[in-house]
Design a protein around this ligand. Structure first.
Ligand code: URA
Length: 438
């Protein structure tokens, strides 16, 4: 077996067998194969695709390039949620403690924001002192003691994905369904979980901008997960406009705290509950999603979900003073309102433009090495369907960057499309896919 034959085979549209995929992935992870050969294979996969069996083989091969966590001795149903990424998506911060308060075990390994989309780790790290780099032993102990922990990918979890993702980024091969599937699922399978719920986003602020592509990705993820023995449900949800009323790390963490107190914006709460309810049903903690929602609501009202969040923050070294009194967090030097130039109903609110505005305000990264200003971001006062008068505040910019704030004000203003037509609030959850339907 050699790398050239395998690249040629895929280039010609032939199916790769398991041994060939293993040879390539493990050879690359162990530095036996050079970047240029992996780049050629990635491009061949990009154009020729992979069937479900090959994609499952790729995922499994990537998974076995590193350590797989073992929670077999931990009682209870271990489950995680993964989002394909968007703007204002702070669901994990609410959902993880919420379902842990219901009795599920949530060993969540999350990512950082890149480009226009935010990342859960950055939001958590906006809490002073919060450690996302726990050792595997600390992570394991916290899952046993608290039922929830949220950390970043360790060096030894799916090292093949680290190298492949960086190469994909540099070779225009990110947007490939089998490669995205392998990348996401290998990391989720490495958590050693019993079930997975996926939030596949579609719309302006998502990876998959149109619904058909999102559906294809959701189907690929479900089939591949099931072929690797992981029961999975996927929701396809709307990411045309940001989720909730904030985008930016601390602003979102603060909004998540509000949601845990029962005061979250409707769209954020709806998506969080829809995903969390599927988790309870999958774990056998509720007979159906309606019953699950009632359980979840109780855990918000009786304060147990918020308490679980506080316990997690404390266990991971975060300063609870800012959770108890979020208004004490040091604000940005500049807080600038974005005023509407006309009267009417908000027809569109471009999540992608808001996501990039957050980056340019200092709240995101253009390259992985960039430092983040945790207080920077955008607060939205109007969303699709809302009525706005001339000179009324549409949004507020939080930043320390005096030199660029005026340009960003114009960008954020252009993210809003305002017209005379009355608009319904957009549909939030387009589809729920399970094994039998995918
Ligand atoms: N998220 C990942 O982890 N990998 C991808 O390829 C795309 C999104």
């Amino acid at each position: 077996m050699n790398a050239l034959d395998i690249i040629t085979k895929k280039r010609n549209g032939e199916k790769l067998c398991r041994e060939e995929i293993d040879y390539f992935i493990h050879g690359y992870a162990a530095n036996r194969l050079p970047d240029y050969q992996m780049a050629a294979l990635l491009m061949a996969v990009f154009f020729q695709g992979m069937d479900f069996e090959e994609t499952a083989g790729l995922t499994n091969s990537m998974l076995h390039s590193g350590d797989i966590l073992n929670f077999k001795n931990v009682d209870g149903f271990k489950i995680d949620k993964h989002s394909t990424g968007g703007v204002g998506d702070k669901v994990s911060l609410i959902l993880a403690p919420l379902v842990a308060a219901a009795g599920l075990k949530v060993p969540m390994i999350s990512g950082r924001g890149l480009g226009h989309s935010g990342g859960t780790l950055d939001k958590l790290e906006s809490i002073p002192g919060f450690r996302t780099n726990l050792s595997v032993e600390e992570f394991y102990r916290q899952i046993c003691d608290l039922g929830v922990s949220m950390i970043g990918q360790t060096e030894m979890i799916v090292p093949a994905d680290r190298k492949m993702y960086a190469l994909r980024d540099a070779t225009a091969t990110i947007e490939s369904i089998p490669l995205i599937t392998g990348s996401i699922l290998s990391k989720k399978l490495a958590e050693g979980i019993d079930g997975l719920v996926l939030d596949v986003k579609t719309g302006r602020g998502a990876f998959m901008q149109n619904f058909k592509d999102a559906e294809t990705l959701a189907t690929s993820l479900i089939r591949t997960a099931e072929l690797n023995g992981l029961p999975t449900t996927a929701l396809i949800t709307n990411m045309d406009q940001p989720l909730g009323n904030t985008a930016g790390n601390w602003l979102e963490t603060r909004e998540a705290i509000e949601a845990l107190h029962g005061n979250g914006p409707e769209d954020l709460v709806d998506v969080t509950f829809a995903l969390a309810a599927q988790m309870l049903v999958m774990a056998g903690f509720a007979a159906n999603v309606d019953q699950a929602r009632k359980e979840l609501q109780k855990l918000i009202i009786n304060g147990k979900a918020f308490q679980k969040f506080c316990d997690m923050v404390q266990a991971q070294g975060g300063d609870l003073a800012f959770i108890d009194e979020p208004e004490k967090y040091p604000p940005s030097k500049i807080i600038l309102p974005v005023l509407s130039e006309q009267e009417g109903y908000v027809q569109k609110l471009d999540a992608r433009k808001i996501g990039f505005a957050v980056v340019h305000l200092g709240g995101g990264r253009e390259v992985m090495e960039d430092r983040i200003d945790y207080a920077a971001g955008v607060v939205l006062y109007k969303k699709i369907g809302d009525f706005v008068r001339e000179n009324e505040v549409l949004a507020e910019l939080h930043t320390d960057r005096r030199d660029t704030v005026e340009t960003i004000r114009k960008d954020v203003l252009s993210a809003f499309e305002i017209g005379e037509e009355r608009m319904q609030k957009p549909e939030l959850i387009f589809r729920v896919l399970k094994k039998s339907e995918s």
